[in-house]
Design a protein around this ligand. Sequence first.
Ligand code: F3S
Length: 421
Amino acid sequence: MRLTPKERAMLAGEQGPGVQKAIEIVVALGRIYGAEELVPVESVQVAGVSYKNLGRAGLGFLHEWAQDDGRVRVPTCLNPAGMDLRRWKELGIDEGFARPQLQVIKAFAAMGIDATCTCTPYHIGQVPSLGAHLAWAESSAVSFANSALGARTNREGGPSALAAAISGRTAKYGLHCEENRLGSVEVVVNCPVEEVADWGALGYLVGKQVQNGVPFFSDLGNRTAGELELVSRPDDSPFSSSLTDRLKALGAAMAASGAVALYHIRGVTPEARAGDMLRPDHTTVVIDSLESGYEALSQGGATTEIDLVWLGCPHASLPQVARLAAFAEGKRFLPDVWITTSRHVRRQAKDAGHVAAIEAAGGEVVADTCVVVAPVGGRYHTMATESAKGACYAPSYLGMDVRYGNWEQLQRVMLTGRWEA
Ligand code: F3S
């Protein structure tokens, strides 16, 4: 592998043991995957933040690295933690979990990491530039960065993302290389794909078939109502089911049912604006209906009683919080209703009066965490959601029965506590 003099100096320990350990990890990964060189990263997103996944061993690992003078050298943020870092008591999180979780955040902060815990950093101004190399870790964020924004990142693990943040480098392989970014499967969609739940159901069906391929949607722009404007930067206008939220749902679903980290939509996503991005040996998948996706995402027993409605997976944008607030006005929710988001969006929503409206109806705007990474297994048994990723994970991670539906169905559940097919 070709290394620059600066990278060789890091490897020789001239910048301290923390940097040496970081670049050793990056170089080792590069060797495994056949990289010929390293590339500087513009930003990093670290996953494995919840104490539920990290445990005592993970916390010890972070402490050790921080003591070795591991400090990040590029803007770095965190994936959701296991709890709302400020309101954990109100939300019923046990102190025995909260204490080590706060230590995890402290250890990351000691490394110079911004303790913003979100899987949608692009909603809070952390928007990578076109073509920039990144080391992001959470699968839906990776998909959005690669596909909707045209940046370049593999899906990093917790330690490898941290190593990239401390060394400022990642190995150039996989989706960092032009030749691996061409579509391997053309996806032809013959049915309407409108609101967020439709995009999630489509993503679920395509991810199942494509697995870790690169889908190229050749006509999706013609299958959805309204303007599917070109993506340049996330653009959220209040109350719209914006393009950003739809792309986010599509990517999250394909990453959950398969392992898709990059997709293209002809005429829409940045790398597919000029024309086709297909490999000559590509295969074709045809989707005629979303019905089987909706059905497969509703998993579990026959019960119609719902005890949790979960919105905000991936973390909600401000317009998504505003939509729930507008619906909540003057109503009373029967089941628990959680909308999960970043602290930054929660603050904006609070200033706009949305948090008060949702809380008055009995709902919660929960920051820094999500239902999958929080220790809420056992508290809830049945959940309704419009998130295909949440619907994929909740049965196995939380042992919950799930009902997957669109916004209209969820509104009914919030008022009745019952699922109507
Ligand atoms: Fe984000 Fe949690 Fe969903 S990390 S993508 S809200 S499972």
